[in-house]
Design a protein around this ligand. Structure first.
Ligand SMILES: [Zn+2]
Length: 313
């Protein structure tokens, strides 16, 4: 390569292609654009739990990884599946290996044992930092679904097909309500399904939170029932579990975690083993209580959508 500029350009193009297209060169990832969208949901969905681990200016003091971790050969995705969540069973695993949840658990325990007003063992700054760390490491529900994008049906030039969309809790709840309202019919069915209008507001330059609202599309005052055409029936539906269920390499995450968090995990581990030695009684009652705690408690109550600019899967 004679010219570094050309070389950089080529590498970057390849990397961005890899990020946005599958191995057939199709961009199968759907994202909700500002204002109005129309989509036809088809088939069943899967529920994933995700962590946003990328860096952004709002949370720069809480970066989990250096910027460099998201670049180059073994780069991390900015959104990863929570390794404690069993996507097939749709339940949390006992003693799952998720590194991000490990930090979340530490933050929760520090906050629990250092309530404001009690004898101060940590400063208010530290309390704030752990509260931020807890919020930063919560996971979010992301529902994945095959859709036909009525506004932009193509997955490659001149080729239409199913796309995979991601819904946060807020939008999912609205689709559930549409489903109930349309019972006993199914709004995702091949023959009796409906086109759905989705509005996205807020975000961008506005200070408003991004909000979604969904309702069945109407045509001449009636529900827009849209049986799939023969052509649409022939499109291959994406195998959501296979595509969206991939796990990040936990060893890679550990190796790229910022030193301050690695030290924190190590310090907590040493404290625990010191406490266990002092008690000399195997797993303490405290520990048992901890493991009984419902992992759902770690879930974010924030209804913000778990959409990322870059889909990791
Ligand atoms: Zn997790």
């Amino acid at each position: 390569m004679s010219n570094i500029r050309e070389h950089l350009k080529k590498v970057r193009e390849k990397q961005s292609q890899k990020r946005t297209t599958n191995n057939r060169g199709e961009n199968i990832w759907h994202s909700w654009k500002a204002s109005s969208n129309k989509a036809r949901f088809v088939g069943d969905f899967i529920l994933t739990k995700t962590h946003y681990i990328g860096n952004n200016s709002k949370i720069s003091n809480l970066a989990l990884f250096e910027d460099a971790a998201f670049q180059g050969e073994n780069r991390l995705s900015v959104v990863i599946n929570c390794a404690n969540w069993d996507i097939e069973k749709e339940e949390y695993k006992k003693n799952g290996p998720c590194l991000v949840c490990k930090l979340n658990k530490i933050a929760r325990e520090v906050l629990k044992s250092n309530q404001p007003g009690e004898e101060d063992t940590i400063t208010s700054e530290m309390r704030k930092e752990f509260a931020d760390l807890k919020a930063r490491t919560d996971n979010r529900s992301a529902y994945r679904w095959n859709i036909l994008d009525r506004d932009n049906p193509d997955v490659a030039e001149g080729k239409a097909g199913f796309k995979i969309t991601s819904l946060g809790q807020e939008l999912f709840d609205q689709l559930s309500a549409i489903h109930d309202g349309y019972a006993p019919n199914d709004f995702t069915s091949v023959d009796l399904g409906l086109d759905i209008s989705v509005k996205r507001t807020g975000g961008g330059d506005s200070k408003e939170r991004v909000k979604y609202s969904a309702q069945p599309a109407m045509l001449d005052g009636k529900l827009c029932v849209t049986p799939l055409s023969d052509e649409e029936k022939a499109y291959e539906q994406h195998v959501l579990l296979g595509i969206c269920g991939r796990q990040a390499d936990q060893e890679l995450l550990v190796s790229k975690l910022l030193e301050k968090w690695t030290s924190l995990i190590e310090a907590v581990k040493q404290n625990e083993s010191a406490a266990a030695t002092a008690n000399n009684a195997g797993p303490s009652d405290d520990k048992k209580a901890d493991s009984d705690e419902t992992p759902e408690a770690t879930e974010s109550t924030d209804t913000k959508e778990a959409t990322a600019e870059e889909d990791p899967f």
